[in-house]
Ligand binder design. Structure first.
Ligand code: NAD
Length: 291
């Protein structure tokens, strides 16, 4: 079994990005600048956004955290989006999801200028991804693709079962894995909460991407010998033995499943750090596009 070490890989990529930032500066350009908008007080969202801001600092990007109260109106948030769109000092920005329920997420995502949409959630970027045109790929699936590539994981002709069809993970993952390129060229089955024969499908899979948000859902009896298992899930589980009061659990029962796998990602230290590094790659790309 080979551990797909997202932490080590992300550190390697960060070094590569830092070198590119130095090149940009040597050519007289300012470094890339990412803004992150955080609405409200969601603890997990704050952790994610802080990690993104810290990663920017590590590679020499500028970063700005824009915080707004959870009761901000949709029109005020749209006004902020407009300002970010027209601010020439910001190359790309993200709106950390989820937003409070009184705000229509779709309206906000639609208002983002696609050239600054480094999360790749705007329909223009999603459409371009589906057509295989240049675009910002959504960070989590892009991070998984990069990890597969860096470990030379065989994908061509493999049967991949994606568990979960969310717009930010499962659906784009299924699109990227079926592309006529490497990593890709998989035969993809996308599954969801209404799928009736999930265990049977998983047992047929060469590659499983678990992205459903149910801790330790994927058990050993659902995985065939030699499978590649990518664990996207992150759930905070109460754990009084930890200083933070919680531990992170993936969607895969790692202890039971890992012994059967050819490759597997750990949680933490697998997909999570690769997601952040993909955002950095998109922001670097945004900077280059806007020079
Ligand atoms: P989501 O809740 O939007 O989607 C979950 C999907 O799982 C849905 O499509 C649903 O139909 C499917 N599902 C639920 N129960 C199922 C079942 N029993 N069988 C099959 N499918 C089922 O979640 P999301 O935003 O895609 O996130 C999924 C998980 O990944 C969460 O734990 C989230 O925290 C994590 N996540 C991690 C990263 C990262 O960087 N590692 C990034 C994004 C999300």
């Amino acid at each position: 079994m080979i551990l797909l070490d997202g932490l080590a890989t992300s550190q390697q990529i960060k070094q590569e990005i830092a070198v590119e930032v130095q090149h940009l500066k040597a050519q007289g350009h300012r470094p890339p600048h990412l803004a992150a908008v955080l609405v409200g007080e969601n603890g997990a969202s704050l952790t994610y956004v802080n990690a993104k801001v810290k990663a920017c600092e590590e590679v020499g990007f500028q970063s700005t955290l824009v915080r707004r109260d959870g009761d901000i109106s949709e029109s005020d948030l749209l006004e902020l989006v407009k300002e970010l769109n027209s601010n020439p000092d910001i190359d790309g920005y993200i709106i950390q999801l989820p937003l409070p329920t009184h705000i229509n997420e779709h309206n906000v995502l639609l208002a983002i200028d696609p050239i600054k949409d480094v999360d790749g959630f705007h329909p223009e970027n999603v459409g371009r991804m589906a057509l295989g045109l240049p675009c910002y790929l959504p960070a989590t699936p892009a991070g998984i693709i990069e990890l597969l590539k860096r470990y030379n994981v065989p994908t061509v002709g493999k049967h991949c079962v994606v568990i979960g069809r969310s717009h930010i993970v499962g659906l784009p993952m299924s699109i990227l894995l079926q592309r006529n390129s490497y990593p890709g060229n998989c035969t993809v089955t996308i599954t969801h909460s209404k799928t009736t024969n999930l265990n049977e499908l998983c047992r047929q899979a060469d590659i499983i991407v678990a992205a459903l948000g149910k801790p330790e859902f994927l058990k050993a009896d659902m995985v065939k010998e030699g499978a590649v298992v990518i664990d996207v899930g992150i759930t905070r589980m109460a754990d009084p033995s930890k200083k933070s009061g919680f531990r992170l659990a993936g969607d895969v029962d790692f202890a039971g499943v890992s012994g059967k796998c050819s490759f597997i990602t750990p949680v933490p230290g697998g997909v999570g750090p690769m997601t952040i590094v993909s955002l950095l790659m998109n922001t670097l790309e945004a900077r280059k596009r806007q020079i």
